[in-house]
Structures are given as structure tokens and as C-alpha cells.
Design a protein around this ligand. Structure first.
Ligand SMILES: Nc1ncnc2c1ncn2[C@@H]1O[C@H](COP(=O)(O)OP(=O)(O)OP(=O)(O)O)[C@@H](O)[C@H]1O
Length: 770
């Protein structure tokens, strides 16, 4: 719909008016901030002057405390005001550049027409009566995302409001100037989205508030369910929806929800840096960001040398010709499965009946209390009690036993010897400590025997302290041995009713061998922790209210079961694309089924996103053919070049062709370019060959920042991010010929926004045939 010049001018005038008001408000606020700041400086400087310090008697002391409290309350209140004002200043700054991006005219029956302008924050007139701009997250704003002109309704805390939308208008405003204006018929006009999607990519993800699509809005504003699962095609805006959802929740529940109570699990650190600016851009603080590996490291890093998921991936992608490969893959799949989870539960129960494996306590290299004695004691507890509770009792018993044993040590020779060896400082410390504890009858130090005895006791207590701490941390429970035993003795698993998969014996042997070296395969880490928690009790974080899991197709049922237990008070938002499930464990998994089974059906919801926004129509048409069922994916109507497939004669030819292509792409102003390889090794080789001709960076699992420019990157690290143009380094049958490599190949190709070029040596990948 074309807009008249007059209408355009009218809108520009309104923009000017709002900007003037924003400036006015900014100036007022600046003055206010100045005063508050001066107040804070003043209060801090005079804090002790205004406090009456007197601790002479109880009444005076109480007064002192009261006056200190009063002072710090005043200070706290001023500081809050200051923080608040600063946040508002930032939002005013944003409004001054771009006051809003949308307008809807809405009429409720019997009411006058309302013109509602939407921006990144609400902005009211001086009397707080009239909204110049509504926050995009306000209830009324959802009209903009959910409807085209015609009958429309939105939810408020007070109920549903019905009416008619008479106009829907979109703006692009930069530095206070309207650059484009569209009136739209369909949901959110293609024109604006076309413009936004046509831009070059950046090293940081951008917010999408001006163009959120209806189905994405369902994700963003979903507040009913405990579990929200989003299955979305590559580039359908899952990560974007997740981040805008976080901003929405922080706005909606601002009275009680803070950014630290939200955690986003993401695939790697570089991805974290890629998404880190979206929330600040929307005026919100960032949520906590984590990777599952970080969590595993924290829990297990001291016990084992833990393999990381990228090393596992490299093995899966490169070791096909090594002995034991097939068994390891079978192991990876089984260890991620629900049957194995059930087996571990059975096994824990059985251990509860038969007794756990303990490590006896040793002191000074000598046995102090045997594992057998612990088992005996454990067996005396009521088997109806949970294992963690029985272990609690056992720990208490052990601590009291330890007191007795310590007492028995005091007259041992080693104590005498160590007392002799105490240096002056230690001696003095001990003496003072004993005095403080008033353990001397007199104030003198002449009672020699007594002194010796006490020093001895103290010394023994000190040497026993690590043992005590170990008991409190259940270090005497030998979880590694119990996990190992399950593999070392397959009959045990069978006796628990488990149906063991093919090659169990082979991968069991690999598992045991690895563990005996003090190492743990990545696929064992979560099951191991699961068993540990079944036995020892669960670690929980009760603060966190929302957990987001991005790239969720890469998580095993175990990991989800874990996250659910770790965050018992949190709602889960889980976003993924099964077509991009690149880890070997996913091959036999049943999609998001096991995850959904963790929650009652009425508390969970699945939203499917089919439209892909990242890539041009040509690229989506090209990539979706690689996946069975890919015809379901809907490209967004943005035109671009056809992807190309080029055969190279040999490596030198391959490199020459790629360099040539990159130079052309750079001349076309593409800002982010990736040469995507299959593995870290291939990436390194490609980098070595390109680096003399081009300014290029090599991305590895250690890379923490995503930067614009030309990079060489293994496909599994490129997940979640995007590039203006992608060059697939070697799309040959050799590299991408096995069915297990299809999804990795698809993931790599779907990183391209505007251009995709594939090169290969020898035969091309069969996934390109269609
Ligand atoms: N409603 C929208 N308006 C504008 N841009 C959008 C919209 N939805 C998605 N995009 C853009 O599409 C691209 C892909 O989005 P995003 O990375 O969130 O998708 P994804 O589903 O997480 O992708 P992947 O599965 O490949 O990780 C981004 O550039 C994002 O800005």
C-alpha cells in the first residue's frame, strides 16, 4: 500500500515531537542523576560523621547500630535511584535514535480509536497519562505481531480485549529520520523483513523485535507451560525467539524476576559471545550463559580427566578405520539412551540392597577403618530408607568413629615426633589456641604433661581434618568403582533384566580401560553423574526460574533428566532442530520424545517452526533437499544467487579456486565469510594453505569471540552462527558419504545467508545428488 507524501510528513512530525520530548526528559533526568550522584558521594563521605559511634553500653550500642542502619538505608535508596535513572537514560538514548518501529490503530467497541506506537521501551508524556510509545512487550503490543488489519484481540491480566485493527504500519527510523514506511496487510509485512534479512551479517546477533513473526511470538509470550519445546528448521529464528522471550519475561515479571535467575545453555563459548549483545540492546541485563561441559567439568573435573564433546566428535568423524570404532559408536548411542538410564536406576537399587562399594579410610598410609566395616554398618540401616539418607547416617557414624580413632592416636610415637618438630610459630599458634579455649587450668605453661597431651590431641585433630572433610563430601563412596563394575561384569547388568545391545562387551571393555587410566569418555560423564546422584543425593539450584537450552538436539535424555533435577523450580524452554543433530548419540535417539516424557503432557507444549529466515530462497531450496522431509521447510521469499558446486582437480586447484571465490565475495562487500571444514584437522590444513594469500582466522574449540571477516571453521563449531557467505571446503563423497554425516553436512550448508559455494575433490557427496 503506498503512503501519501502528506501522511509521511505527518509521521515525521510525530517522530520529531517524540524526539523533542525524549530530549526534554533526558535533560531532566540528567539533572536528577547529577543530584543523586552528588548525594551518594556526600553520604559516603560523611557516613561516619553522621553515625553516632558509641559502644560503651548496650543502649548506646543499639543506638549506634540503628543510626548506621538508617544511614545505609538512605544510601541504598539513593543508589537504587541512580541505577534506575541510568537504565532509563540508556533507554531514552535508544528512543532518540529510533523512537518506534510500528503503529497499530485499534478500536474497541464504543471507544475512540487508539493509535499505538511500538518501540523498545515505553515512553509517556510528562503527566504519565499518554503513551508516546508502548513497550513491544506490553500486552497490547501483541496485536502487532499476531494480526493483520481486521478483528483482533489480546490478552491482559484482566482478561481478553476484543476490537478491530484498522491500520498496521511499519517504520524504519534511523537517527530520527523515517527511512521507510509500509502499511501492511499480512501479519508483518514482507517489505520490512525483506530489508532486515537482506542486510549483511554481523559478528553479533541482532534483536528482531520489529519483525517478530506470529509463530515466533507464540514462543516469546508463552507463559503457561513448564516445558516448551521448539522444533524449528535451520534459521527459523529459534535462538532469536529464545532471546526475545528472555527479554519478554524480564519485562513481564520484572517485579520479581532478575536476569541471574535465567540460564541459557549453549553449545560453546563462541556462541555465547555471538548472542551476548541482544539483551543489552533491548535494555535488559544478560542472562547467565553456560555450556553443559562447564557444568560437567565443575562436577567431575577433579576426579577424572574428562573428554570434551568436540574431542568425541573428532573421534567419531575421523577414526572409522581404527579398531574398536564400531563398538565405541554403539557405546555412545547406548549410554545416551533411556534403557541405560533405567538400567542405572535398577543398578542403584540393587546396590542399595547389596551394599555399596566403599573405600576404606587410611591414615598415614595405614588402614584406619576398613571398607568391609563400612559395609557392615551400612547394612544395619533400614533398607526402606533412601540410599542418600543411609549414607548420611553412615557419615555421622564415621565421624563419631573417627573421634575415637583420633583419641587412640594421641599416644602414638609419631605424635611425639611431630611435636618435637613443630616450629616456633606453629607451637605458639597451638599454645594460643589452647589458651583461647581455656584448656589450661592456670595461666602458666608449666604443666608439661598436660601441654604435651593437648598439643598431641590438637595435632591429631589437625591431621584428621582432611579425613573428616572427605567423609562430609562422601569421598569414601567409591562411585567410580561402582560405575566401572557395571561394565566390568556384564552378567550383573543382565541380572538386572537389561537387554544389552550388540557389542556391549567390547565397549564395556573400552569404558573400563579408560576409567582405569583416570579418564572418562564424554558419553560416560552424564550417566556417571546420574549414578552418583542416585546414590549420594541430588545437587539442586533452587534460585533459577527459567532454563533455556539452545541446540537442544545435541542433548541426550540423560542430560535433560539432569537439568530438570538440577533446576527444580525452573521452567524449561528447549529449542532445537533434529535435522541438525550431529552427535553420534542422536542417531538412535527418539527426537524430543524422552524429554517430553519427563513432564506431564498438560504442562508441556511443542511449537514447530517451518519457515527459514536466514538464507535466500535459493539456498533453502538447495539445502532442504538434503534432508528427508526437507520439503516441509518453507523458504522466505528473498532472492539470491544459486548455490554452486565446483569440482577441483587436486588440492592446489581447490585452493586456487577457493581463493578466487573469496576475493570475489569480498569485492561484493560480504563481511562475514566462512570456509567450513569437516574436522579440526581439515580446518588446520585449509588454514595453512589459505593464510599466505588471505587475511584469515582459524577457529578452534578454544576460540571465545566471534569476529567478522574470513574464518576457517569446523562444521560442528559453526552451529548456531551464520555467515554472509559459506564455502564448503571439500564436499566430497569421502568426507560426507556416510549416512551419519548427512546432518553435519546439512548444518554446515545452512550457515549461509546470501551465498553458498561448495567445492570437492574426487566424487561429490551423495547428499548433493537430489
Ligand atoms: N522475525 C525475524 N525477523 C528478522 N530476522 C529474523 C527473524 N527470525 C529470524 N531472523 C533472522 O534469521 C537468522 C536465523 O535466526 P536464528 O539464528 O535465531 O535461527 P535458529 O533457528 O536458531 O537457527 P539454527 O537452527 O541454524 O541455529 C538470524 O539472522 C535472525 O536474525
Amino acid at each position: 500500500m503506498s503512503i501519501t507524501e502528506q501522511e509521511w510528513k505527518k509521521e515525521q512530525k510525530r517522530v520529531d515531537l517524540v524526539r523533542r520530548e525524549v530530549k526534554k526528559r533526558t535533560e531532566q533526568l540528567q539533572a536528577q542523576v547529577g543530584t543523586v550522584k552528588a548525594d551518594i558521594v556526600e553520604i559516603r563521605k560523611n557516613f561516619w560523621d553522621d553515625v553516632k559511634v558509641n559502644f560503651e553500653n548496650a543502649i548506646e550500642a543499639a543506638e549506634t547500630v540503628a543510626s548506621m542502619r538508617q544511614q545505609s538505608e538512605v544510601l541504598g535508596e539513593r543508589e537504587r535511584l541512580h541505577r534506575h535513572a541510568q537504565k532509563e537514560m540508556k533507554s531514552l538514548y535508544r528512543l532518540e535514535q529510533t523512537p518506534y518501529f510500528g503503529r497499530i490503530d485499534f478500536v474497541e467497541p464504543g471507544e475512540p480509536l487508539q493509535q499505538i506506537y511500538l518501540g523498545t521501551a515505553s515512553f509517556l508524556d510528562e503527566n504519565d497519562e499518554h503513551f508516546y510509545v508502548y513497550d513491544w512487550r506490553a500486552p497490547v503490543s501483541s496485536l502487532y505481531y499476531d494480526y493483520s488489519p481486521g478483528p483482533a484481540e489480546y490478552e491482559t491480566p484482566g482478561g481478553t480485549v476484543e476490537g478491530t485493527m484498522e491500520l498496521k504500519r511499519q517504520f524504519i527510523i534511523r537517527d530520527g529520520e523515517i527511512e521507510s514506511l509500509f502499511d501492511t496487510g499480512v501479519t508483518i509485512g514482507d517489505e520490512l523483513l525483506q530489508q532486515v534479512l537482506g542486510r549483511h551479517s554481523d559478528a553479533q546477533m541482532k534483536s528482531i523485535v520489529a519483525t517478530i513473526q506470529k509463530e515466533q511470538n507464540r514462543i516469546i509470550r508463552n507463559v503457561r507451560n513448564r516445558l516448551l519445546v521448539v522444533q524449528g528448521a535451520a534459521g527459523s529464528g529459534k535462538t532469536s525467539a529464545a532471546l526475545q522471550r528472555i527479554a519478554y519475561l524480564l519485562y513481564r515479571d520484572r517485579a520479581w524476576l532478575s536476569a541471574e535467575q535465567i540460564v541459557l545453555f549453549s553449545p560453546n563459548d563462541m556462541f555465547n559471545s555471538y548472542v551476548a549483545t541482544v539483551l543489552p540492546e533491548l535494555g535488559e541485563e544478560n542472562m547467565q550463559q553456560a555450556t553443559f561441559q562447564e557444568y560437567l567439568e565443575r562436577r567431575l573435573g577433579r576426579v577424572f580427566d574428562l573428554e570434551d564433546p568436540f574431542l568425541q566428535m573428532e573421534y567419531v568423524l575421523t577414526a572409522m578405520n581404527e579398531p574398536g570404532y564400531a563398538a565405541r559408536i554403539a557405546g555412545i548411542q547406548y549410554k545416551a539412551s533411556v534403557p541405560f538410564m533405567r538400567l542405572l536406576e535398577q543398578y542403584a537399587n540393587r546396590l542399595g540392597q547389596e551394599g555399596l562399594i566403599f573405600k576404606g579410610l587410611k591414615f598415614r598410609g595405614e588402614p584406619l577403618l576398613s571398607a568391609a566395616r563400612m559395609r557392615e554398618q551400612f547394612a544395619t540401616y533400614d533398607p526402606g530408607m533412601s540410599i542418600p539418607n543411609r549414607l548420611r547416617l553412615l557419615s555421622e557414624w564415621l565421624l563419631s568413629e573417627l573421634n575415637e580413632l583420633a583419641l587412640a592416636q594421641t599416644d602414638q610415637d609419631w605424635v611425639e615426633e611431630e611435636i618435637e618438630l613443630l616450629d616456633n610459630e606453629e607451637y605458639l599458634q597451638a599454645y594460643q589456641k589452647l589458651r583461647r579455649q581455656k584448656r589450661f587450668r592456670e595461666n602458666t605453661f608449666d604443666d608439661f604433661d598436660r601441654e604435651r597431651k593437648m598439643l598431641g590431641e590438637m595435632l591429631v585433630q589437625k591431621r584428621f581434618k582432611p579425613l573428616r572433610n572427605g567423609i562430609k563430601r562422601l569421598k569414601y563412596v567409591d562411585v567410580p568403582a561402582m560405575y566401572r563394575q557395571l561394565f566390568a561384569d556384564p552378567k550383573r547388568a543382565v541380572s538386572l533384566g537389561a537387554e544389552l545391545p550388540a557389542m556391549f562387551a567390547e565397549f564395556a571393555e573400552q569404558t573400563v580401560e579408560k576409567m582405569l587410566q583416570g579418564e572418562l569418555f564424554y558419553e560416560d560423564a552424564t550417566p556417571y553423574l546420574y549414578l552418583k546422584e542416585l546414590l549420594e543425593g541430588v545437587e539442586m539450584n533452587t534460585q533459577v526460574r527459567h532454563v533455556f537450552v539452545d541446540e537442544a538436539q545435541d542433548y541426550s535424555p540423560f542430560q535433560f533428566a539432569f537439568l530438570k533435577r538440577l533446576f527444580p523450580h525452573a521452567k524449561m524452554t528447549v529449542l532445537g532442530d533434529l535435522n541438525q543433530a550431529i552427535y553420534a548419540h542422536a542417531e538412535k535417539a527418539d527426537g524430543f520424545g524422552p524429554l517430553a516424557a519427563l513432564y506431564p503432557a498438560e504442562e508441556s507444549e511443542l511449537i514447530v517452526l517451518k519457515q527459514s529466515y536466514r538464507s535466500t530462497r535459493q539456498i533453502v531450496d538447495f539445502t532442504r533437499k538434503m534432508m528427508p522431509g526437507g520439503e516441509e521447510i518453507v523458504p522466505f521469499n528473498r532472492e539470491g544467487e544459486e548455490p554452486t558446486i565446483t569440482r577441483a582437480e587436486n588440492t592446489a586447484d581447490l585452493i586456487a579456486k577457493i581463493i578466487d571465490r573469496i576475493r570475489n565475495l569480498q569485492a561484493d562487500q560480504h563481511r562475514t565469510l566462512a570456509v567450513i571444514c569437516k574436522t579440526a584437522e581439515e580446518s588446520r590444513a585449509a588454514y595453512e594453505r589459505l593464510k599466505d594469500a588471505l587475511d584469515v582466522k582459524l577457529i578452534s574449540k578454544e576460540t571465545v569471540h566471534f569476529e567478522p571477516g574470513l574464518v576457517v571453521i569446523p562444521a560442528y563449531l559453526a552451529k548456531g552462527v551464520e555467515f554472509d557467505a559459506v564455502i564448503l571446503y571439500n564436499a566430497s563423497q569421502d568426507q560426507y558419504g556416510r549416512e551419519s554425516e548427512r546432518r553435519l553436512f546439512y548444518t554446515a550448508c545452512t550457515r549461509a545467508m546470501h551465498e553458498l559455494h561448495l567445492y570437492y575433490l574426487g566424487e561429490q557427496s551423495p547428499f548433493l545428488e537430489s
